[in-house]
Design a protein around this ligand. Structure first.
Ligand code: PMV
Length: 316
C-alpha cells in the first residue's frame, strides 16, 4: 500500500500457540508467542465521497457504509463499534486492509486485522488508546465472531509479547521471558477451519464426556506449566518433547486430523525436536521446533517431502 500525505497506516502482528489451546477456553493455562514477520496492515485515506469505504481485496471484500447498522461483517463491525464508542459521524474515508496472515489457520488473523484497524483509526482521529483499551475492544469483537474465546489471541497480538495466559485471570496471565534459543517452523496445512465451530464442538464433547475432557485439560495444564519453566531455561529437547506430547493430547481432544498428524510425523522425521498443531485445529498450522543451526536443514528436508507450504521460518 503506498502512503500519500494525509494517509494513516498501522499494523498488527500474528501469534502462535505453543501449548494449551482449547484447554484455555475451559480455564487451563496456555502459552502463546508473537510472530513479528507475519502481519495485518490497515491504511486510511481521506476521500471526496460521502461515505466510508472498506477494501479488503485479499478476501474479495468491499463495503460502503453510509450509516450505522446492526448486522454487519467483522470488518464493518470493528469500524462501526469504534465510531459508536466515541460517538463519531461516519467519516469520508477509505480503509484498505491487507494481511500476510493466513485466514482461519490458527495465527489470529481476525484479532490482528481488528487490532490494525483500531490502531489506524486511533491515528486518524489522534486518539491515544492504551494497549489495555485496544485489547478490550478487540476481545469484544472476538466474542461476537468466535462465540466463547479465551482472549489469548488479542492478548499476544496487542501486547506483542509471549504470554502465559489464563482466561479471565489478568493477574495470573503474565508476559513471560524466553531464554531458550530455538526456531519455530510454521507449516500451513492449507486446510481452513473455523475456530468458533471447533471450540463449540469441543465444548459439546466436554459436556458429554466431562471426566475424559477434565483429565485431558488437566494434563495439558501441566504441559503449559512445565513449558513456562523450560522456556526460561536452555533445554530445547524438553520443549520439543512437551510440544509433541501436547499434540498427542490434542489428538485425544479430537481436534487433529490425518493431514495434521502426517505433518507432525514428517516434521519429527525431518529433524524437528517437537511438533504440534497450533490454534483451533481440524486444519490450520503445525509448529515444528528446531535448533537454530538446524532450521535450514529441516526446511530443506520438509521441502523434499513436498511440504512447500512453510509460511514462516524463524521465531526470535
Ligand atoms: O483462533 P485460533 O484458531 O488460533 O484458536 C485460538 C485458540 C483456542 O483455544 C482454540 C480458542 C481460544 O479462544 O482460546
Amino acid at each position: 500500500m503506498s502512503l500519500k500525505n494525509n494517509d494513516y497506516s498501522a499494523h498488527a502482528i500474528s501469534k502462535i500457540i505453543l501449548s494449551g489451546e482449547h484447554a484455555v477456553v475451559h480455564g487451563s493455562p496456555a502459552i502463546a508467542l508473537p510472530v513479528f514477520d507475519c502481519c495485518a496492515y490497515t491504511q486510511i485515506s481521506q476521500i471526496n465521497y460521502k461515505g466510508l469505504l472498506i477494501n479488503a481485496p485479499q478476501i474479495s471484500e468491499k463495503f460502503i457504509i453510509h450509516e450505522y447498522k446492526s448486522i454487519c461483517n467483522p470488518l464493518e463491525l470493528t469500524v462501526l463499534s469504534f465510531l459508536k464508542k466515541f460517538d463519531l459521524d461516519i467519516p469520508s474515508i477509505e480503509i484498505n486492509i491487507k494481511s500476510d496472515i493466513p485466514i482461519a489457520s490458527g495465527m489470529g488473523s481476525g484479532a490482528a486485522i481488528s487490532t490494525s484497524i483500531i490502531r489506524c483509526l486511533c491515528k486518524y482521529y489522534n486518539f491515544n488508546l492504551s494497549s489495555e483499551e485496544i485489547y478490550d475492544f478487540v476481545f469484544e469483537i472476538e466474542k461476537i465472531y468466535h462465540g466463547n474465546p479465551s482472549g489469548i489471541d488479542p492478548r499476544v497480538i496487542v501486547f506483542e509479547s509471549p504470554f502465559y495466559f489464563i482466561k479471565n485471570k489478568l493477574i495470573e496471565s503474565i508476559s513471560i521471558s524466553i531464554n531458550a534459543k530455538f526456531d519455530i517452523i510454521i507449516i500451513d496445512s492449507k486446510i481452513r477451519s473455523t475456530t468458533k465451530e471447533v471450540v463449540e464442538w469441543v465444548g459439546e464433547q466436554k459436556n458429554i464426556y466431562p471426566q475424559k475432557y477434565n483429565q485431558l485439560f488437566s494434563d495439558i495444564s501441566e504441559i503449559s506449566n512445565n513449558l513456562k519453566i523450560e522456556l526460561n531455561g536452555d533445554n530445547i529437547k524438553n520443549i520439543g518433547y512437551l510440544m509433541t506430547l501436547n499434540h498427542r493430547l490434542l489428538k485425544e481432544v479430537g481436534v487433529s486430523n490425518s493431514t495434521l498428524d502426517e505433518i507432525v510425523d514428517l516434521a519429527l522425521e525431518c529433524g524437528s525436536l517437537g511438533a504440534k498443531l497450533s490454534g483451533a485445529g481440524k486444519g490450520g498450522i503445525v509448529l515444528a521446533l528446531s535448533e537454530p543451526d538446524n532450521t535450514k536443514n529441516i526446511i530443506k528436508n520438509l521441502t523434499e517431502k513436498n511440504l512447500d507450504n512453510i509460511i514462516f521460518t524463524k521465531f526470535r
